[in-house]
Write a protein that binds this ligand. Structure first.
Ligand code: DCP
Ligand code: MG
Length: 365
């Protein structure tokens, strides 16, 4: 385990994400107050507001009605999640170009551990943050704010320090100064309830919290008291936990008795295909390769795959390929004890849309 101050952690957060995307895609919205969220006449809330609208006091989670009162000239828009998700994939691909240690927190937010590239050199880490910010602008025309420090908590504090388009480094020597001035609500794990309890104790900032002894914090908050005691001293060892990229989506079933009837097998495959299609749709992906897996009654395993264009996402299309694949195997004429369907070489819906828009079917080859 590394010493807590010997890592280089980045936190990247896009600026006014949904609103910036809308302004990017519609020139008429640039420089104007834009509010993305629910219906201003209805009961919806603000998802986010452009910086022009924030000047009027509009903010995330505020009722849209109230936002309309504060900023009657604002343009209200519904979110376009597919577009935001596609951009999220795009920026995560940029991050993964630097390190596999990428932990997304939200569509527009992620931690990167770049210790393997720069050691504990935060100046070099800041240069990488700058490069990444530039790459994001180049690829998406959107700006991000970056925080550079030796822990998750401090890099997140750093990225929020100068927004928009900011870059802030917090060195181990500077950590306490930043934490002193940090409202307790911004400390990891401090929700509204805890914040209210702190308010009753006249604790508003990190510097107030640091006055409490470990014993007192444990008395007040149990085990979490220990974390708070450590966080407010700049100690946060939480590792970056990357989400592994999914390689395949599959489903299989073993029979109680072996089956030898083709129609029965097809019925099973159809059921499996529907389950796989359901999962693909939840994950918003499609697969370029379909694989049929068969285990014979004697336990021998065989698979047959086919790569297809365009990528597959629905059960009927899967069946179109599974039928001939099954028939090549059934020539064997043996009873089957397991059937499985797997899709691999996955592509996101975002990627799919982009490529479809380019109308270049050759890209699927
Ligand atoms: N979001 C939401 N509801 C919230 C907060 C956020 O729907 N209560 C959505 C809209 C935001 C996106 O998530 O665009 C990212 O959230 P952020 O907190 O990072 O906010 P922004 O990116 O909009 O602004 P900032 O520049 O402060 O990061
Ligand atoms: Mg953001």
């Amino acid at each position: 385990m590394q010493e807590h101050h010997q890592r280089a952690i980045l936190h990247l957060d896009l600026d006014a994400f949904y609103a910036s995307v809308e302004q990017r895609d519609n020139l008429a919205l640039r420089g104007r107050p834009v509010i993305v969220g629910g219906d201003p006449q209805g009961r919806g809330v603000v998802a986010t507001a452009s910086y022009e609208a924030r000047r009027f006091g509009v903010h995330s989670a505020q009722p849209c009605r109230q936002a309309l009162q504060l900023c009657p000239d604002a343009v209200f828009l519904r979110p376009r999640f597919e577009v935001y998700r596609a951009i999220s994939q795009q920026i995560q691909a940029i991050y993964r170009h630097y390190t596999p240690l990428v932990e997304p927190l939200a569509l527009d937010e992620a931690y990167l551990d770049i210790t393997s590239i720069v050691g504990d050199d935060l100046v070099a880490a800041a240069q990488i943050a700058r490069d990444i910010k530039q790459e994001i602008v180049a690829q998406t025309q959107l700006t991000a704010s970056a925080g550079v420090s030796y822990s998750k908590m401090l890099s997140k504090v750093a990225s929020a320090h100068q927004k928009p388009n900011g870059l802030t480094v917090i060195t181990p020597q500077e950590a306490l100064v930043f934490l002193d001035a940090l409202p307790v609500g911004k400390i990891f794990g401090v929700g509204e309830v805890t914040e209210a309890r702190f308010r009753d104790l006249d604790i508003f900032y990190g510097r107030d919290l640091r006055q409490l002894s470990l014993g007192r914090l444990q008395e007040l908050f149990g085990k979490r008291g220990t974390d708070l005691y450590r966080f407010v001293r700049g100690e946060d060892d939480r590792p970056i936990e990357p989400v592994r990229e999914r390689k395949s989506v599959g489903q299989e079933t073993t029979f109680e008795r072996d089956i030898a009837n083709r129609e029965e097998m097809l019925a099973v495959l159809e059921h499996l295909a529907e389950q796989v299609a359901q999962r693909l749709s939840e994950l918003e992906i499609a697969g370029k390769t379909i694989t049929l897996k068969v285990r014979w009654h004697d336990f021998q395993l065989m698979t047959r795959s086919k790569s297809v264009a365009p990528p597959i996402q629905d059960a009927p299309t899967m069946m179109r390929y599974l039928r001939p694949l099954l028939d090549t195997l059934l020539a064997e004429n043996r009873p089957v004890r397991l059937l499985g369907v797997t899709l691999s070489h996955l592509v996101s819906h975002g990627e799919l849309n982009r490529l479809e828009q380019l109308r270049m079917p050759s890209l699927w080859e």
